[in-house]
Design a binder for this molecule. Sequence first.
Ligand code: PLP
Length: 400
Amino acid sequence: MYGKIRTDLQKELQALKEAGLYKEERIITTPQGPEIRVSTGETVLNFCANNYLGLSSHPKVIEAAHKCLDEWGYGMSSVRFICGTQEIHKQLEQKAAKFLGKDDAILYAACFDANAGIFEPFLDKECAILTDSLNHASVIDGIRLCKAQRFILDHMNLEDYEAKLKASQGAKYRIFATDGVFSMDGDIAPLKDVCALAEKYDTMVMVDDSHATGFMGKTGRGTHEYHDVIDKVDLITTTFGKALGGASGGCIAGPQEMIDWLRQKSRPYLFSNTLAPSVVAGTIAVLDTLSETTELRDKLEKNQRMFRKMMTAAGFDLRRGDHPIVPIMFGKFDNDAPLAQEFASKLLAEGIYVIGFSHPVVPRGQARIRVQLSAAHEEEHIHKAVTAFTKIGKELKVIA
Ligand SMILES: *Cc1c(COP(=O)(O)O)cnc(C)c1O
């Protein structure tokens, strides 16, 4: 009986709207790309997608997916262990494992599912997970689904990391879990130090590299390559839904026995449908391209550094970093939250699509506009964005 909850929900929804926390979705009427049209009619430059390498609508990827539809069909109507495994699924696992520098990989419908299924098969209540406080929601949920003791670590604080490694020494097995890149700040996890600590305290390291796979590190393998610890990170989870073509799907890569065990025990793998063949083929085409050339990640790096340099020169307060997530900070203004929102909507009117984030998504007093660069951006796109930022920045007295 849909009774009392209806009026309660109506009130709660209204409260969200009044607090400015209700998320409206903007509707795109074109394929995903550096330039998109939205349902209200504007054509805008897109600076808020995770389309880091510009592969979401790349002709090679589309062609591979088309061809696969004809050759391998539309869907599998099965989980992997019943009748949901084609040759291409095994190929993708091997290619992903090789790309990530691990023995083997196992596919999931999404990285969210990979994270939901990674801890519980290995860890019981005698074990411990050490988790950075800003880890992604799916890592947090994966930890919730498992009975291991939980140690929540101050964000990227090595002293706290070590203190909690000391405090958890009685555990049977331990896993240190961290995002490779934290999405609100573009912060890169200090994996060199983490791996050194993990070695000292006999702890496994798991990295969710969703915001890094494909472009971080000199050949784009991820943050473990960026920090030169490819062999020291035990388990990697990542998504195919961001830089790697942006469709959907994810995987866990790691040592052979761990992947074998996950195939037997990981619930989102065992009880959820397998990846669609066309998505598998598209992702294979992406990994093949990225294994041949670093052209795209090189261009992304150049774009990201150029944008940071130009925006800093224009007088904006940027969060420092070396990642295509570039937060423009408004914390020095008392009205930072509404200011960031107003700035973002004025930018949209200038044809620049970015998102303003404020409390509770980020800490109070740290409202920001998060800009995400892509290899699909050309120099003129970046110039246009900086020009618009500068115009609105002067108008709203954010810069002199
Ligand atoms: C985007 C993201 C995910 C979720 O990936 P999906 O494949 O879309 O489920 C998981 N972890 C991190 C760190 C992410 O940024």
